[in-house]
Design a protein around this ligand. Sequence first.
Ligand code: URA
Length: 355
Amino acid sequence: MGAAVQYTMVDAGPRNTYSAHMRAELHRLVHDLRVYLEAQKRGLTLPGAMAATPEERAPFDEKFAVRRTARMARAAEAIRGPAAKPAEPAAPTPRPAPAAPSTTPKAAPTPTPQPEATVAPPAREIPKAAAAMPKTGGQDKLWLELGSKPKPTFAPAPAAERAFAADDTTTSNADKLAALQTLIGDCQRCGLCKTRTNLVFGVGNPNARLMFIGEAPGHFEDLEGEPFVGKAGELLNKMIGAMGFKRDDVYIANVIKCRPPENRDPAPDEVKTCAPFVLQQVEAVAPEVIVTLGKFGTNALLNRDGSLTKVRGQWQEFNGVPVMPTFHPAYLLRNPDAKRDAWADLQNVMSVLNK
Ligand code: URA
């Protein structure tokens, strides 16, 4: 009797909470299953993994393919507008000046002519050395969806801060990076030099297809002189692995090369001083896709203000390179629930890279 009363109370009372809980559980299960199957497809072993047969995977693969196609179409629309629009060749536009905080960050910023951008550089050829990392044309597939491949426009760097010409197609990517590192040297251009241990230039494959751009070095990066080597770096390595790459395959850099004291946000003048270098790293590596990590790196690269939410998971563009903004791994460590969205963003990147 007592048990029956108890049952009625539990069943009739918190029913909504109960079904919400069940829904959340179900979502989690489906999410885990997708991660699990993706990992298996990539030959990764997860704890407790059992090989799925191609027949078992087929219905999931089919679903993923449909969703990928839809994501590509959304990416196309996000950058170039509805597909029905006739493709207009992108006019070479100078990089806009920093925009005032805007409530509609998706709208194209008004280009403000910059001294060095008045003459548009010719379209880039991939330097010969890039053949070491064959590019599969996934980026071109995206631009095909977008209607036309935009002509690259380069962020103006003061002439004295340029390590190589923007239209230099003969110097290898590695040599361009080396020249840039030499130019930066033992940098004393801003106050961060007083408190840093090491300047953190960047690391990875000079011919990478995929480039990650973060904010600024933290404690461990400052000590080791390499980006993303702390806890956030460990998670980034896992994200890279789940995408089917090794850390050495990709190129990793920060917008700011020296650690801000106490990991404070970099100041606008520090960004202004340091930004020409990450921009030249992008030019040197010429990746097919850039993933920006977190609000700061995203905003600095895209020259925007505002929340990450507005652009996260949606294709953006920088100098003719597709940019996928996603969460910073440090944020994901604090908010594991956001990993689901981050993984969706990375899957989107993978489909452009034909991974
Ligand atoms: N966070 C960043 O944005 N970059 C690093 O290198 C480390 C932590």
